[in-house]
Ligand binder design. Structure first.
Ligand SMILES: Nc1ncnc2c1ncn2[C@@H]1O[C@H](COP(=O)(O)OP(=O)(O)OP(=O)(O)O)[C@@H](O)[C@H]1O
Ligand SMILES: [Mg+2]
Length: 228
């Protein structure tokens, strides 16, 4: 479970990107995070990744208060979180297989385990037959699916995405969102930041809208006490 309690984030330039934010994402749920440009969506994701620390309040993921996490534990913590970006940041000189395997190499998995897990992840996103190709040989949608395979290859408990469909047409975007739902169905907690309200509305998932660093609307206000 992800829990933000009274969270504010002020950057060193004085800019208050998040203001007294309260948000609970129960385990295994999928939530869309929307809001105008500059509303604080990416900042919220960065707090969850512990790329930034909250100025006030508490951010806890899986029962761990991120502010109290020792520095040496951060790398391992991040391995439990899958991340998907708009620009999938694939390595162009590496095959699809190698790109997806990267988190496993970093985590120190043995080669046989890596191959098994990479193929399981590629199969989930429907790209098993492309493992020997290079990113430039793939379509935009396929490249984004490689990014998703890489994000889930470690079987993370949490999957965060920042504008994952920003460069894709509506059909491909729906397909990518369909993949996120697959992971939710196997128990992953998914949070997707996106501008694309039209796309989001078709799914019937929880939508949290930020405006100027605050929650403006929440389609499914969750009672904090009920999901502890
Ligand atoms: N490192 C930083 N230093 C100072 N201000 C920052 C920093 N990162 C973000 N901000 C500011 O915080 C506010 C929230 O930014 P954020 O990137 O979270 O918005 P966003 O909702 O993701 O917007 P977009 O939809 O354009 O991606 C903005 O006003 C931004 O300028
Ligand atoms: Mg952003």
């Amino acid at each position: 479970m992800i829990e933000l309690t009274g969270v504010s984030k002020r950057f060193t330039n004085g800019r208050e990107a998040l203001q007294n934010l309260n948000l609970t994402l129960p385990r295994g749920t999928l939530t869309f995070l929307t809001g105008h440009s500059g509303a604080g969506k990416s900042t919220l994701l960065k707090l969850l990744l512990r790329m930034e620390l909250a100025t006030r309040g508490q951010v806890s993921v899986g029962g761990v208060n991120l502010a109290r996490m020792p520095r040496r534990a951060v790398a391992r913590y991040r391995q439990r979180i899958g991340v998907v970006f708009q620009d999938h940041l694939l390595l162009p000189q590496r095959s699809v297989f190698d790109n997806v395997a990267m988190p496993l190499v970093i985590a120190g998995y043995r080669e046989a385990d890596r191959a098994r897990r990479v193929r399981a992840a590629l199969s989930r996103v429907g790209l098993l037959d492309k493992e020997r190709q290079f990113p430039t040989q793939l379509s935009a949608g396929e490249q984004q699916r490689v990014g998703i395979a890489r994000a889930v290859v470690n079987r993370p408990a949490v999957l965060l995405a920042d504008e994952p469909t920003g460069n894709l047409d509506p059909t491909l975007s729906r397909e990518i969102m369909g993949l996120f739902h697959l992971f939710q169905q196997v128990g992953v907690t998914v949070l997707i930041a996106t501008h694309d309200l039209e796309l989001v509305e078709g799914f019937g998932d929880r939508v949290v809208e930020l405006a100027d660093g605050r929650v403006l609307a929440d389609s499914e206000e969750v009672d904090d006490g009920a999901h502890a």
